[in-house]
Design a protein around this ligand. Structure first.
Ligand code: PPE
Length: 307
């Protein structure tokens, strides 16, 4: 998806012009994928722009950094302020937010420990991740021939830049075969997640999603949707899912910050349910999109005002 440039990007404590937000080609992270990042969304609410689950996302950023022995030279509070400052500086009412912590310039070789840790925050307007049509009509998905990187090779608990090269293989395979997105299996053959989304199946009014131990990202939207579904009276289970469980589901959908809640209408050329957005998916979308816009009182605490 092409990026829509805005005015300013936050780099190591200051706002710089969009065009000047550059790194050296010999930066460690460019060569070895030694970085961690987040994807967050800011939504327009009646009381102004607000960031959805800012604290949870920043906590995960710090957990990811810890896993790779990266000391972030800012506190979580300072980064929360920087996110809000960056949105204000660009005058955006809703946007995607991309904090990035990476090993910078100064050292070559796999050992990252002596390379500096740089921190950037970029924001830009980002519409529906899998296309405007996808939210209503769903996407066509392919189970990838590429397996999700094993937990003991690259821990999925960390949202590290380098591990996304696994998703890149899967995503490109699915696009070249004419699908919209890929789902990756783990080494045991169970569903993990999409290239950038968690996966849910609905069958007989029960929502199922793979456990984190399957090797999926500990998605923040996943947790929100599980909470919302329980509140709406659905049974929610974390259990291993096979591809057949998805073929035979009444409904299936993706969750993610970028993808929000996107129905899956076909998997490997099998139509799922009615082949369009199902009633449970629609109900969850309804609550989710109201909550992120500040229209549901009990979820208002998850919104941090930008002003
Ligand atoms: N699994 C993967 C592999 C993943 O990258 C994401 C987020 C999720 C699940 C959902 O997690 P959460 O956002 O906390 O609900 N993917 C981010 C990056 C997408 C991209 O293309 O870049 C995102 O949605 O921001």
């Amino acid at each position: 998806m092409p990026i829509t440039p805005v005015d300013k990007i936050w780099m190591d404590g200051e706002l710089v012009d969009w065009a000047d937000a550059r790194v050296h080609v010999l930066s460690h992270g460019v060569h070895y994928g030694s970085g961690v990042f987040e994807g967050i969304r800011c939504y327009e609410t009646r009381s102004g722009p607000a960031v959805w689950h800012l604290e949870e996302h920043l906590k995960r950023l710090f957990r990811s950094a810890k896993l790779y022995h990266m000391e972030i030279p800012f506190s979580q509070e300072a980064l929360a302020d920087a996110v809000r400052e960056t949105i204000r500086a660009n005058g955006l009412t809703s946007c995607y937010i991309r904090p990035l912590v990476f090993r910078g310039y100064g050292e070559m070789g796999v050992n990252p420990l002596n390379a500096p840790v740089n921190v950037t925050i970029a924001v830009w307007p980002w519409g529906a991740y899998l296309g405007e049509q996808a939210i209503e009509h769903g996407v066509r998905v392919k189970v990838s021939s590429w397996k999700r990187n094993d937990q003991n090779s690259l821990p999925s608990a960390a949202k590290a830049t380098g591990q996304y090269i696994n998703g890149v293989l899967a995503k490109v395979e699915s696009l070249k075969a004419g699908y919209d997105e890929a789902i990756l299996l783990n080494q045991a053959g169970y569903i993990t997640d999409g290239s950038g989304e968690n996966v849910f199946a609905v069958r007989g009014g029960v929502l199922c999603t793979p456990p984190i131990s399957a090797g999926c990202l500990d998605g923040i939207t996943r947790a929100t949707v599980m909470e919302m579904a329980a509140e709406l009276g659905y049974q929610v289970r974390e259990q291993n899912l096979t591809r057949t469980d998805l073929y035979n589901a009444d409904e299936a959908f993706f969750t993610g910050t970028a993808a929000e809640i996107t129905p899956i209408r076909e998997l490997d050329d099998r139509v799922i349910g009615e082949g369009t957005r199902g009633p449970t998916t629609k109900e969850l979308q309804g609550l989710f999109f109201s909550a992120v816009k500040g229209e549901v009182e009990r979820y208002a605490a998850f919104l941090t005002p930008v002003a």
